[in-house]
Design a protein around this ligand. Structure first.
Ligand SMILES: NC(=O)c1ccc[n+]([C@@H]2O[C@H](COP(=O)([O-])OP(=O)(O)OC[C@H]3O[C@@H](n4cnc5c(N)ncnc54)[C@H](O)[C@@H]3O)[C@@H](O)[C@H]2O)c1
Length: 436
């Protein structure tokens, strides 16, 4: 028996995707969508355009594409815009990022050449390894107003807009007085307080314009009381933070398995080498700290040392990121996991993941854009915990610990879609199959 579906507005017309940062991730995402539109690639890794959901009982054999279950923007509906602090168009930026080969980029060269970044709002205090040349000038308030004007201008050309932050990782900061409420944030904007990070200006601009905002980097941005308040007040979905790719993706796949089998973990040493611009930015200890904090919470919440003190209370977790230019975007992540089992006997697991970060991140950008837009049309506002699946450090309501287990996140994600569509939630109880 199905329930009433939510009253979701149709995905009619053009969806404008505004990207903050036109670097490796953004250009890989845009080029991929353009290749998909031309029928030259398939949307591998995208829940929205490739994923499916089982509906009803196993005996019904009903599995539909997620894009048939809920109304989502289609490939032909997407329109792109971006901000960056360097003037390179998307073709030049993609070539410099070195993720996709020239042969692929050239198939969508005209489309990429046409995307020229809008000047960014930047403060070198927040990203110490970059000195942008293509930047807006003015006070914090003037910058915020200029970003709002950019969004309004772009919104005139499309039907709906979403913003995704895929710009460099800012330095580690914690919420201060300006982040406690929107009144305090507005006051700090007027006082031109530097404790408001550029990423927070973009978030403020988007939410003020009623536009959903997803944060793909680990720095403090939309995860403050002030931003949650603004999002709720303006009826806008927000989510973050830090795209779940690479080593942390592996961690959230492996750790739930170890816990499920009640295997202890004595230590987990993770190290990476990467040589792209992101790696260069993360070579700065203050930007690295944002990443480290975002990556570190994962094991604690999955393994629950307070619930399983015998297995996880002495876990030594260490994370290293090393900037190594020869590798470019082709990162290598090593994990050494010291585990123990029956009678405490030790064992080891070694993972050597030769991944491509931006290849893993691009479909996440796509999904976050499409599902944030869906959430807005469904009337969802504030934190979208059901999108935790896509993040290393998922935002959750105050007082609620974030769910890091990839498989729980996946069930929650699909059940939310079923709920939106008025379908029964799947609990996997299944006792009714065995009733006479
Ligand atoms: N690649 C991944 O798999 C992955 C995973 C998780 C998170 N991330 C995060 O996503 C972000 C983008 O990664 P990337 O590999 O594309 O990095 P990148 O360095 O290639 O691109 C970032 C771009 O942002 C621009 N930028 C910096 N500050 C800006 C500002 N204030 N306004 C506008 N533009 C600005 C830079 O000029 C650069 O072009 C990083 O924060 C990274 O940590 C990436």
């Amino acid at each position: 028996m199905s329930k009433q579906s939510l009253d979701i507005k149709p995905a009619k017309g053009k969806l404008g995707v505004m990207l903050v940062g036109l670097g490796a991730v953004s250009t890989t995402f845009i080029a991929g969508v353009e290749l998909i539109r031309k029928g030259l690639a398939k949307p591998l890794g995208s829940q929205a355009w490739m994923g499916t959901a089982r509906l009803g009982k196993r005996t019904e054999n009903r599995t539909v594409k997620i894009s048939e279950l809920v109304p989502l923007a289609r490939p032909e509906d997407l329109v792109f815009a971006a901000w960056d602090i360097f003037p390179d168009n998307a073709y030049e930026a993609a070539a410099k990022a070195g993720v996709l080969v020239k042969e692929d980029l050239d198939k969508v060269k005209d489309e990429l050449l046409a995307i020229r970044p809008i000047k960014g709002a930047f403060d070198p205090e927040y990203v110490k390894r970059l000195s942008g040349t293509h930047v807006k000038t003015g006070t914090r308030r003037q910058l915020a107003e200029a970003l709002r004007a950019d969004i309004r201008e772009f919104a005139k050309t499309v039907d709906r807009v979403v913003v995704v932050w895929a710009a460099s990782t800012e330095i580690y900061t914690t919420p201060g007085a300006p982040h406690a409420s929107m009144a305090a944030f507005e006051k700090a904007l007027d006082a031109n307080e530097r404790s408001i990070a550029p990423s927070q200006l973009y978030a403020y601009a988007a939410l003020s314009e009623g536009v959903p905002f997803a944060n793909g980097a680990p720095n403090l941005c939309v995860d403050t009381d002030a931003m949650v308040e603004l999002a709720k007040r303006n009826g806008v979905p927000i989510c973050g933070k830090d795209f779940k790719t690479g080593q942390t993706l592996m961690k959230t796949i492996v750790a739930p398995g170890l816990k499920a089998r009640l295997l202890g973990v004595a230590g987990w040493f993770s190290t990476n080498i990467l040589g792209n611009r992101d790696g260069e930015v993360l070579d700065d200890p203050e930007s690295f700290k944002s990443k480290e904090v975002s990556k570190a919470g994962v094991l604690d919440t999955i393994l629950q040392p307070s619930v399983y003190p015998d297995l996880y209370s002495n876990l030594y977790h260490k994370i290293r990121i090393n900037y190594y230019p020869p590798r470019g975007d082709a990162k290598e992540g090593w994990d050494n996991i010291d585990i123990f089992g029956w009678l405490g006997y030790p064992m080891q697991i070694k993972i050597d993941f030769l991944c491509r970060d931006s290849i893993l991140a691009a479909p996440i950008v796509l999904d976050l854009a499409l599902f944030s837009d869906l959430a807005k049309r469904a009337g969802y506002k504030g934190i979208q915990e059901w999108l935790s699946f896509f993040f290393k450090s998922p935002q959750a309501a105050r007082g609620l610990y974030p769910e890091h287990d990839l498989f729980i996140q996946h069930i929650k994600f699909k059940n939310t879609l079923r709920h939106m569509a008025g379908e029964e939630l799947i609990t996997h109880l299944g006792l009714d199959y065995y009733h006479d």
